[in-house]
Design a protein around this ligand. Sequence first.
Ligand SMILES: Cc1cc2nc3c(=O)[nH]c(=O)nc-3n(C[C@H](O)[C@H](O)[C@H](O)COP(=O)(O)OP(=O)(O)OC[C@H]3O[C@@H](n4cnc5c(N)ncnc54)[C@H](O)[C@@H]3O)c2cc1C
Length: 393
Amino acid sequence: MTQLPLPLPATRAAATARLAAFLPRAGASYAARRNEDLPGHPYVSGLSPYIRHRLVTEAEVLDATLRAHPQGADKFLAEVWWRTYWKGWLERRPAIWSAYRQGLTEALNRVQTEAGLRAQWEAACKGDTGIDGFDHWARELAATGYLHNHARMWFASIWIFTLRLPWELGADFFLRHLIDGDPASNTLSWRWVGGLHTPGKTYAATPDNIAKNTNGRFRPTGLARDCRPLSMAPHPAPRPVPDGDALHPGAATALLLHEDDLAGDGFPGLPAATPLLFLVTTARRSPLAVNPLVTGFVDAALTDTAARLGQPDAPRFTEGDLDALADHLAAQGIRQLATPYAPIGPTAAALQRLAPLLDARGIRLARLLRDHDAQAWPYATHGFFRFREGVMA
Ligand SMILES: Cc1cc2nc3c(=O)[nH]c(=O)nc-3n(C[C@H](O)[C@H](O)[C@H](O)COP(=O)(O)OP(=O)(O)OC[C@H]3O[C@@H](n4cnc5c(N)ncnc54)[C@H](O)[C@@H]3O)c2cc1C
C-alpha cells in the first residue's frame, strides 16, 4: 500500500525508503493502474511531498528508476519529467505567477463583498456542496495534505466548470493544504484544466470516468457538460533560462537552505562544514492560513536537514526577518551566501528582497542552479511532448 502515514515523516531517510519500496511497482503496474484513485493510493508512489522539498531530488528518482527498470517504466519517468517541465515553463514566464497572485487577491476581495460567492467558496472548501466525490476530496485534502492526481483533476474541473468558482481560489485552496503544494505544478495544472495552458483544450470531469477510476465509490450527478475554456491572454514569450551563479572560492561562505531544496548536497566547491542557516517561507504560499500539516512537514524537514548536515542548531529566519538574517551573516564575517536556486515562488521572492540587504553589507548571494534544471529548462518552451523529446535526446 502507498498509504501516507500521518503525520508524514519528513526525513530524507523516509524519502529514500519510500522510493526503494515503490521501485518494484514503477513499471507495468504504474502504467496500467496509476489513474485509479483508491483508498491507500496503492498504484502511485506518494513521493511528491519529498520531491517537492527535495528531500529526494528528481535526478535521484529518475536514476533509481532507470536502474531498477532499464526499460518499462516510461510512464513513471514521464510523470517525474512533468514536474521539471512545469518548473521550467513557469521559470521562463514569471508573469504567469504574478498574474495568478493578482487574480487571487481580486478573487479574495470579491469573496469579502459578494455574500453568495463567499458561501459557495466556503461550502466548496469545507466539502459541503452535496457533489458526490468532490466533498470527499475537499475533506481528504484538508485531513491528509494529499490528493491523488486524478482526484486533483476532477476536483479542479468541477470547481471551475460546475461550481463556476474563480480558478485562483481553487489553486489557493490546494496550495495551502497540499504538502507537495508547488507554485509551478499547481498553478499550471489548474490553468491546464481551465483551458488556459493549451489553447482550446480543457479537462472535463465525467461521472463515468470518476466511477470507473474510484471503483464505483463516487458517481456525481449534475456535472457541467459545457467546459469551454476560460478566456485567456496570450502566453508571454519565454525569457532565457536563468544562469546560476558560480561560487567564489576562498570567500568566507555560509549555506542558506529553504523549502524548495533541502537535499543539502550536490554543489561542488562547497566545503562540508559550511555554516548552515534556513529561510522559511511556507506561510507565504497563500494570503490565508496554511494547513498545519504543511508547516509541520517543513518544520520537521528542516530539523532533519540540520541534523544530517551536523548542525542541529542552525538558525531559521522567516521572510519577515531578512534584515536580521543579513546582520547575522555580517556579524560572522561571511562574505558569500550560497543557496540552491529557488524557482518562481515565495522563496525566490524573499531571496530577491534579501539580495540588496546582503549587498549593503558586502555579502554576495550565489544562487546555485542544479545541473538537472540547467539542462532541462531550456526545452520548456512549448508543450510537454516537445520538452520530453529534448530532454531524452
Ligand atoms: C489541479 C492539479 C494540481 C496539482 N498540484 C500539484 C502540486 O501543487 N504539487 C505537485 O507536486 N504536483 C501537483 N500536481 C501534479 C500531481 O497531481 C502530483 O504531483 C501527484 O499526484 C503526486 O502524487 P505521487 O507522488 O503519488 O505521484 P506519482 O504518480 O507517483 O508521480 C511521481 C512524481 O512525479 C511527479 N508528478 C506526477 N504527476 C505529475 C503531474 N501531473 N505534474 C507534475 N508532476 C507530476 C511528482 O513529483 C510525483 O511525486 C497537480 C495536479 C493537478 C491536476
